[in-house]
Design a protein around this ligand. Structure first.
Ligand SMILES: Cc1cc2nc3c(=O)[nH]c(=O)nc-3n(C[C@H](O)[C@H](O)[C@H](O)COP(=O)(O)OP(=O)(O)OC[C@H]3O[C@@H](n4cnc5c(N)ncnc54)[C@H](O)[C@@H]3O)c2cc1C
Length: 473
């Protein structure tokens, strides 16, 4: 019998698992994919929202502002890049100005510090590449950027170091009450008995909630498509620049990423298929048209990748959190759409404390530092590089030339507790394959390393598990 089963190893599930590992509880995370961060956690805007967008009084507003404040210490502990680069919401016509005032007032109600409205000259001085039509902008100094998949991976790695078990390729089919406990049945006939359950299953959290509660929930996927712009344009924007929001979302943004690229998007389109993460010509054209207003010289020749993510939009207008009245011991972290990345650290703290109280758990020994992770070669000084190569010559063999990723880092990413098992797993842990050539040169080398480390044949190596083999018959 486990104390807690967390279903889903996205940023929410991993944040909850890490916080639970502070207590003397046995915790297992069941994930249907072959790795962490295979859902929305891998494909979002990567913005740590200030908190002016959510409606005052909602859980979205509360956990956004609380989560934002936790990012600095959390990212320091885990060694995840995070920058408070400031968020701007730009008005392109005098008609937009009342919307900026509204957002400012809303943010102040939510407790967002430092909000103010800047005029055209100040905005243009801050961001010389901003569109010519700019009139004014809401300035939110607590807005930030981070790497969502690195955060998820390191939350999981740290939870595992503190005793949490992670089981991949383990999709949960049913959750049913079993006396005072829960019986969780997963694919492959695997059965788990647990005292409590955390439902952090992203797009599928409605299915699990509806198995245990009469308070039904519907989650609709809302697709967001993006363009990623090459590092050659790093510095084109320092702040994250939004346009005024629409009823479907926060609108199209242009933002630097912590890795030096620029992200442009997303669209917002409700779709029927929870697995449809295709990009479309129409979606990319919408981004192009909207983003040109923010960045008149948007360099389409600098686009190195396009991708799409699916928001888990619930039908209650807010996150769905905690125990349904008719299912005590079953804790929802459901309908976690934006600002779910920002809220994740706060959701982790809140849920873990409630579960610990329910189970009467005590604090346990906990190491907050993610110690097993490696230092990226590209971030080392020359002196550090010389020392690293002396200690481990594999640091001297660069596998991904675009992102300067060494063989040592790729091997470390496979050998760590929550080790990479696929090409995408290596890519998200190290950035190998994320540069301008998008893996054109390094993919065969990474396949060879995965084979050596895991005892696989090349034809067994996949991009992201399942049947996504890299080499056909
Ligand atoms: C286009 C887009 C832009 C966004 N931009 C931002 C942003 O800039 N800032 C921000 O704060 N938020 C943003 N968000 C929201 C944020 O990405 C999500 O709220 C967050 O990633 C949700 O994390 P999660 O762990 O709840 O869900 P997910 O990351 O989707 O994880 C759920 C996990 O559960 C697993 N799973 C599902 N069913 C089962 C099952 N039956 N058994 C086992 N495992 C299962 C899935 O495989 C998945 O790994 C954005 C989202 C999207 C899609």
């Amino acid at each position: 019998m486990t104390d807690v089963i967390v279903i889903g190893a996205g940023v929410t599930g991993c944040a909850v698992a890490r916080e639970l590992s502070r207590f003397d509880l046995s915790v297992a995370v069941l994930e249907k994919a072959c790795d962490v961060a295979e859902g929305a956690a891998k494909s979002n805007s990567a913005i740590v929202h200030a908190g002016f967008d959510a409606k005052p009084g909602t859980d979205k507003a509360r956990f956004n502002v609380f989560g934002n404040a936790l990012f600095e210490p959390l990212c320091r502990e885990l060694g995840v890049p995070f920058q408070r680069n400031t968020t701007l919401v730009v008005a392109f016509s005098p008609g937009d100005l009342p919307r900026l005032e509204e957002l400012k007032a809303r943010g102040e109600k939510n407790g967002v510090p430092g909000l103010r409205i800047a005029g055209r000259d100040e905005v243009r001085a801050r961001e010389p590449n901003i569109g010519r039509e700019v009139c004014a902008a809401l300035v939110a100094p607590t807005g930030g950027i981070c790497c969502p998949y690195e955060l998820t991976f390191r939350l999981a790695e740290n939870a595992a170091a503190n005793g949490t078990e992670f089981i991949f390729n383990c999709g949960v089919r049913t959750v049913v009450r079993s006396g005072a406990a829960w019986r969780v049945e997963a694919e492959g006939g695997r059965v788990f008995e647990t005292r409590t359950v955390v439902n952090a299953a992203g797009l599928y959290a409605d299915v699990l909630n509806n198995q245990v509660s009469a308070a039904k929930l519907t989650i609709t996927p809302r697709r967001g498509e993006y363009l990623m712009i090459d590092k050659a344009y790093a510095g084109a924007f320092c702040a994250t620049v939004f346009q005024v929001p629409t009823p479907m979302g926060k609108g199209v943004l242009v933002s630097p990423t912590v890795d030096g690229t620029l992200i442009v998007g997303p669209t917002a389109e409700n779709i029927a298929d929870k697995a449809d993460t295709r990009t479309t010509a129409a979606g990319l054209e919408k981004i192009r048209q909207a983003a040109f207003r923010t960045w008149n010289n948007l360099p389409l020749s600098g686009v190195i990748a396009t991708f799409a993510g699916l928001r888990a939009c619930g039908d209650r207008g807010d996150f769905v959190l905690g125990e349904p009245p008719d299912a005590p011991g079953f804790f929802n972290a459901a309908a976690i759409e934006s600002p779910g990345l920002t809220a994740a650290p706060a959701l982790g703290v809140w849920l873990a404390e409630r579960i610990a109280k329910t189970l009467n758990a005590q604090r346990a020994t906990f190491n907050a530092k993610c110690e097993t992770c490696w230092k990226p070669f590209r971030e080392m000084t020359n002196e550090q590089r010389v020392t690293a190569i002396k200690e481990n010559p594999a640091y001297g063999r660069i596998v991904c030339r675009c992102e300067t990723v060494s063989e040592a880092e790729i091997r470390a990413s496979i050998r760590c507790r929550i080790g990479a098992r696929t090409l995408d797993g290596v890519k998200r842990r190290t950035r190998a394959g994320m540069g301008r050539c998008q893996g054109g040169f390094c993919t065969p080398r990474i396949i060879a390393i995965l084979c050596e480390e895991l005892g696989l044949k090349p034809e067994q190596v996949t991009k992201f598990g399942g049947g996504s083999w890299m080499i056909g018959d």
